[in-house]
Structures are given as structure tokens and as C-alpha cells.
Write a protein that binds this ligand. Structure first.
Ligand code: ZN
Length: 436
């Protein structure tokens, strides 16, 4: 949210005329406040908006008239009022524009297109040939996926407010917070586990012809925002949303905000040590949680237990499903999965002790598959490892958005920019830079 009334100072320390800045910031703050209320809690009447935001009836009336003229909000029927005229309900117009969400995973690229109310209009998925996908190959798939979802849904590209991209690594983006990227600003992705070193992702996407505004963040963080807005995190102020796929990550939400740390890499829970001197991890260290509960690590343990046989024909998800399938018949499979639930429960116990969340949400394709069968065991072990009084106040739940949560969450990044700025992210503020 903006900071109304904050006085900007000139570089030389000379006070700039305060009034204009203050009025502009206040206007943005009010637009942001009302748009956000309508987005998350609409439809609402002007009267309700005034009560919920503390803004005066006159301000609500002026600002909603302005938002209506810009077609950001629309009328959504009438509601009876006590004795008076029926009140008009307002909501954010789902048809105002579209947003795209991209999940660059370790096994494939998924691209989805949504309207502003996050109704899904099209999805495409392209597998990546290698478990250590080349950045250039991934970027080509993203660019063609974007063209495909736009064509498939029959919309005009000019209506797309932005593209959110979730990546399997940490994202370094200069001065910009919250995963948003100004057009023209380079974003570098570090993903040592798949061999990505300072990959200039936005530059590569521009070179592939993607001209839309781009918003990039770590995939666990986009999944986290998706679950917080629309899924199992709704209503919580303090939550940790964990992502277990091939690799492992987490989004730590404290008091409603994703904790980012000094360079935005916070939440690398997968590379916290669960076994001192334990097995080698893809990051180069030893004993990381990811090497015990990430799908790649689990399948490697199962292969070892069966004498090293690997089924090269099947992808990781198929192999993982087969492993869960055989737990009832094959002793080694049951043992590996029980151990996995144990490591995961202990890792969740660490999260509970560190962050005191109200809720832990287990997501990611492997996390959901594992949780489906082993959630009671995971909870039991977490309870053994976390401090008892803290554990008793923590819920541990499965994610509600399914394995698409990273892409859905990525698509919320341009929506978050819209709500935060109180205006279309393509036009908000001055035109900063141009697309590469
Ligand atoms: Zn590691």
C-alpha cells in the first residue's frame, strides 16, 4: 500500500512543494484502498465501502466515479437498504483486462491466461527435455506459450495487463520490491540446483519478442500469494506455504506480507540442513531438506533401495505416482515414503518453531500427492519436533489450488501491481523506461 502524505525530498535536500505530492499520493492511496476492497470483498455498495475503509462518503463517491469512468469497476446489481433507496453494488470489472501466469518448473513450462477475476481462459503446458533445462529453451517455451494462450482464448494482446513468471530459483531485481519489474529493468535469476547462474530472464524474454509488462518472482513465492489470495491461506495473517516438487521452497508470510530478506531470497527452506553431513544436495551442500523430500531426492532413495534400477522412460511425476501406488505392495516403497513423511514433518516442525505461523499449507505437485496419503503422519512428526504450545496453535493443511498454484500465483503479480498502484500497471506513474 502507498504512503499518503509522505514528503519527497529533492536530491539536494531541498524540500519539494509538498502539496502536489501529498495530494497525488493520497489519491493513489484512496484508489488502491477502494480497488483492493472491491477486488477481495466485492461486490460492495458505496455505503459499505465507506464503512470498511473509513473514507468519507464524498471521497468514496468521487473515487468510485473516477474508477468507473476508467472501466476498472462496474455495477453489479442492487441491494436493499433500510428504508431508503436500494444501493448500487460495485465490483472490479473482470473484463477490464487479462493477466497471464507462467510457471517455469524443472520439468516443464506452464502458461495460463485469466480475466481480472482470475477465471482461467486458456492453459498450455510444454515439457522441458532435460531435468536441468537450459534457460534459452525455457524462455522459447514461455514466449510460444504466451502466443498460444492469447490465440486460444481469442483475446486481443492489447488487453493483457501483464505477465507474471514464477521461476525455480531466487530472483534479483535491483530496487524493485514485491516481484514487480519495471519495463526495461533487467531481472537476474539464480537457480544453482538446475544450473542457472545470473540468467537475465527479462532480457531473454524481450529478445524472444515478449513486449508485455513482466513481473518475475520465485515460484514458491508466487504459489504462496496464490494460496493466500484464493486458496488455503485465505484469512491467515501469518502462514508458511511450502512448495514440494522436484525441488523444495517456501513462502513465509508474516502479518500479511511475504518475507523477502535483504536480497529477496528468503524462504529457501529446501536448503536448510535436516541431516548434518547427510546426502549430497543439488545446491552443492549436504543434508539439505530438499535432497530428502524433493521428488528427485525421494526417487533417488527409492532407486538406491531397490538396487539402482531407474525407469528412464518415465518422467518424474509418473515415477512418483508409481512409487505412491506401490506403497501398499512393496516394502521398500512404504519405507521410503514413511521416511519422507518423517523428514517433511521435522522440517515443518522447524518452520513452526521459527515463524509461529497460524497455518502451514502444503503445496506443489509432489507435496500434494504425498500429503494426500501421509498428512496425518506429517502432522504427527511435526508435533513431535515443534514446541508443544506453539504446535497446538498451528494448522497444517493441503493447498487448495492444486499443482497450478505457481502459475495462478504468478498471474496475481500484475493484479497486485494494479491494486497497489490503484491504476493500470501499463500506465501507472510516469512511463519508466521502454521495453527492450
Ligand atoms: Zn541444498
Amino acid at each position: 500500500m502507498g504512503h499518503p502524505g509522505k514528503v519527497r525530498r529533492h536530491k539536494m535536500g531541498i524540500r519539494m512543494p509538498a502539496k502536489r505530492t501529498t495530494v497525488r499520493d493520497l489519491r493513489r492511496h484512496n484508489r488502491s484502498l477502494l480497488l483492493s476492497k472491491l477486488y477481495f470483498d466485492g461486490p460492495l455498495s458505496r455505503h459499505e465501502l465507506s464503512g470498511l475503509t473509513g473514507l468519507s462518503a464524498a471521497t468514496v463517491s468521487n473515487v468510485t466515479a473516477e474508477l468507473g469512468e476508467e472501466r476498472l469497476i462496474t455495477e453489479a446489481g442492487l441491494v436493499e437498504s433500510d428504508g431508503g433507496r436500494p444501493r448500487v453494488l460495485l465490483r472490479v470489472d473482470p473484463a477490464y483486462g487479462h493477466v497471464a501466469g507462467v510457471d517455469i518448473g524443472e520439468t516443464g513450462v506452464k502458461v495460463e491466461l485469466f480475466d481480472l477475476a482470475m477465471n482461467r481462459l486458456a492453459t498450455v503446458e510444454h515439457p522441458l527435455a532435460s531435468p536441468r533445462p537450459d534457460a534459452a529453451a525455457a524462455v522459447t517455451q514461455v514466449a510460444s506459450g504466451l502466443r498460444e494462450v492469447i490465440t486460444e482464448s481469442g483475446i486481443d494482446e492489447a488487453t493483457v495487463l501483464g505477465v507474471g513468471v514464477g521461476v525455480p530459483g531466487t530472483v534479483e531485481q535491483g530496487s524493485v520490491k514485491q516481484g514487480t519489474v519495471e519495463q526495461g529493468e533487467a531481472v537476474r535469476v539464480h537457480a544453482p540446483t538446475i544450473g542457472w547462474k545470473e540468467v537475465p530472464l527479462t532480457d531473454l524474454l524481450r529478445a524472444e519478442g515478449v513486449g508485455l509488462p513482466l513481473f518475475v518472482d520465485n515460484g514458491a513465492k508466487t504459489q504462496g500469494q496464490g494460496e493466500m489470495w484464493f486458496g488455503a491461506g485465505r484469512g491467515a495473517r501469518h502462514a508458511v506455504i511450502v512448495l514440494i516438487g522436484s525441488g523444495v521452497g517456501a513462502a513465509v508470510v508474516t502479518d500479511g506480507t511475504t518475507y523477502r530478506g535483504s536480497t529477496s531470497s528468503a524462504g529457501e527452506w529446501g536448503h536448510t540442513t535436516i541431516v548434518y553431513g547427510g546426502q549430497e544436495c543439488r545446491c552443492g551442500s549436504r543434508g539439505c531438506l530438499e535432497s530428502y523430500v524433493g521428488a528427485e531426492g525421494v526417487l533417488a532413495r527409492y532407486r538406491k533401495a531397490r538396487g539402482g534400477k531407474a525407469n528412464q522412460d518415465e518422467d518424474e511425476q509418473t515415477q512418483f505416482a508409481a512409487l505412491l501406488e506401490s506403497a501398499g505392495k512393496v516394502k521398500a516403497a512404504a519405507k521410503v515414503l514413511e521416511e519422507t513423511a518423517g523428514y517433511l514433518g521435522a522440517g515443518i516442525g522447524n518452520l513452526i518453531n521459527l515463524f509461529n505461523p497460524e497455518r502451514i499449507v502444503l503445496g506443489g505437485w509432489a507435496g500434494l500427492a504425498l500429503g494426500e496419503e501421509y498428512l496425518p503422519e506429517i502432522r504427527r512428526v511435526a508435533g513431535e519436533h515443534a514446541l508443544a504450545h506453539v504446535f497446538d496453535q498451528t494448522e497444517i493443511e493441503l493447498g487448495q489450488l492444486g499443482p497450478d498454484a505457481v502459475a495462478i500465483g504468478a498471474a496475481t503479480l500484475p493484479v497486485a501491481a494494479l491494486l497497489d498502484q490503484g491504476a493500470d500497471p501499463r500506465t501507472a506513474g510516469s512511463k519508466r523506461g521502454t521495453a527492450a
